[in-house]
Design a protein around this ligand. Structure first.
Ligand code: AHR
Length: 495
């Protein structure tokens, strides 16, 4: 059996630019995300560049990561930047109270993060501390990072080895302040946001985008209160949404051992992103009809029970074809909302939650989610082109989702790129799309799929899931036809 899908791609109706930063990543001091995952230290036997593991650096460079958000997450509202500067062996050892109660040596601090960003060629998104910090502490961090003067704080940076100010592209004023960031009400945080954000003062030409800590999932009231009280004081607000397959935080389900119902339930939860973005954006429109304020989905991804035998506070999980399909379908949603969603950060970069990369001592694997981001690279900076498709639903039990989702964009290379995702794990799908306003004659591309719903890359079989050349697409007349394997992600370049 095969799914039949038809539709139209409107190359003659370009929309907003899909900001590259929608392909951002989140890296928190959590489990083996930073320590081991990125930082092994200069004396490590693991090949490294000044302490950063080389295999991970190379993999991230290849992905053209546009922005990295650091140091948290919940960790951010417990982080005091002064503890992470100066000689590494003199830095205080703290307890990472949020994540496993382990020692936080502060070895990876401001210099290590900013230098890492320069090394992989990415923009920086620093999350400040509202929960246990002060406006003064936040203000002085911004001064330390950005001041070209001879102020004592700027000179402290120089004494620690960095003469020139860094470029701080984005600055987050707190994180999840409705929860781990202080259990605040929307009203309380709105006032604090105005207060703290006022002191995020950087020199002209190096002013970060100010990001307010936005809502959890469907908390539209948070967005309402924050926009009403502080829209003029912010450049963006964040949205956090995690896919929990069971919808139950205490028993989220396994990343690798699941049946078809588990697949379908995960897809339903993932596609909720469409409604969340639409409705938060509608609330924002009331106070900001010109869409000056961005909606940054700066934490998203699938959150499962940890891999058996691993520390529960480390949030280490495997990553399968199911996650690849979730990632691609989510990116298609972000494309559609490019006018408002101008940054997103998947949680997280290495060894945590829906990771792009997994490491085990000297070994590294790239996950199926990594490969989706690789396939989607042409969409960074592309101009959104609408694709309307008529697709049957994929149904399993009470879960029902469109069998196929599609997205298109005109890349910075001038070519039209089309992403097609087959959410059905059983049936292939033949997609016929009329190309309006395009004279393309050929379609080439790559496909990501696997034999099982839980196909994945392990340290023993690191290349089990990886993109392959896609030969199932043709253009005849003005119609593009592609036959997608079951549970697959296809990205085509039309020329
Ligand atoms: O990504 C893991 C955690 O999820 C982050 O620290 C927090 O912001 C969110 O609740």
């Amino acid at each position: 059996a095969q799914t039949k899908v038809s539709g139209t791609l409107r190359a003659d109706q370009p929309g907003a630019v899909i900001q590259p930063e929608v392909y951002g990543q989140f890296a928190e001091h959590l489990g083996r995300g930073i320590y081991e995952g990125v930082w092994v230290g200069e004396d490590s036997k693991i090949p490294n560049i000044k302490g950063y593991r080389k295999d991970v650096v190379d993999a991230l460079k290849a992905l053209k990561v546009p922005v990295v958000r650091w140091p948290g997450g919940c960790f951010a509202d417990d982080y005091h930047w002064r503890e992470g500067i100066g000689p590494r062996d003199k830095r205080p050892v703290k307890v990472n109270v949020m994540w496993g109660g382990v020692e936080e040596p502060n070895t990876f601090g401001t210099h290590e993060f900013m230098d890492f960003a320069e090394l992989i060629g990415t923009k920086t998104y620093v999350a400040g501390n509202v929960g246990t910090g002060t406006p003064q502490e936040m203000s002085e961090w911004v001064e330390y990072l950005t001041s070209p003067t001879n102020s004592s704080i700027a000179n402290m940076r120089r004494a620690n080895g960095r003469d020139k100010p860094w470029k701080v592209d984005y600055f987050g004023v707190g994180n999840e302040n409705w929860g781990c960031g202080g259990q605040m009400t929307a009203e309380h945080y709105t006032n604090l946001y105005r207060n703290f954000a006022e002191f995020v003062r950087a020199p002209r030409g190096n002013r970060p985008v100010k990001v307010a800590a936005g809502p959890n999932a469907e908390d539209y009231n948070w967005t309402e209160v924050l926009m009403k009280g502080a829209a003029k004081n912010m450049n963006a607000l964040s949205l956090h949404y995690y896919v929990i397959p069971t919808g139950n935080w205490t028993k989220k389900g396994s990343a690798t051992v699941f049946d078809e119902q588990g697949w379908g339930d995960t897809m339903v939860q993932a596609l909720k992103m469409e409604e969340l973005v639409t409705r938060h954006s509608a609330v924002m429109d009331k106070y900001d009809p010109e869409k000056k304020v961005g909606l940054y989905v700066d934490e998203w991804g699938v959150w499962y029970d940890v891999e058996p035998g691993t520390e529960p506070g480390f949030l280490y999980q495997q990553n399968t074809m199911r996650d690849a399909v979730v990632a691609a379908a989510t990116l298609n949603i972000f494309h559609k909302h490019a006018d408002r969603v101008r940054l997103a950060a998947i949680a997280q970069m290495v060894n945590v939650l829906q990771a792009m990369i997994l490491t085990d001592k000297e070994k590294m694997v790239l996950t199926p989610t990594y490969w989706v981001f690789d396939l989607y690279k042409p969409f960074q900076g592309a101009t959104f082109l609408p694709v309307e498709i008529d697709t049957p639903q994929y149904v399993i039990g009470k879960s029902s989702v469109p069998a196929v989702t599609a997205s298109a964009g005109k890349g910075t290379d001038g070519a039209v790129h089309v992403a097609l995702v087959n959410l059905d794990p059983n049936k292939s799908a033949t997609v016929s799309v009329k190309l309006a306003g395009s004279t393309a004659k050929t379609a080439k591309g790559r496909v990501l799929t696997g034999p099982e719903m839980a196909s994945r890359n392990t340290f023993e079989t690191p290349h089990a899931v990886k993109p392959a050349e896609f030969k199932g697409a043709t253009i005849k007349g003005d119609t593009l036809t592609a036959t997608l394997p079951a549970k697959s992600v296809v990205v085509l370049d039309l020329s």
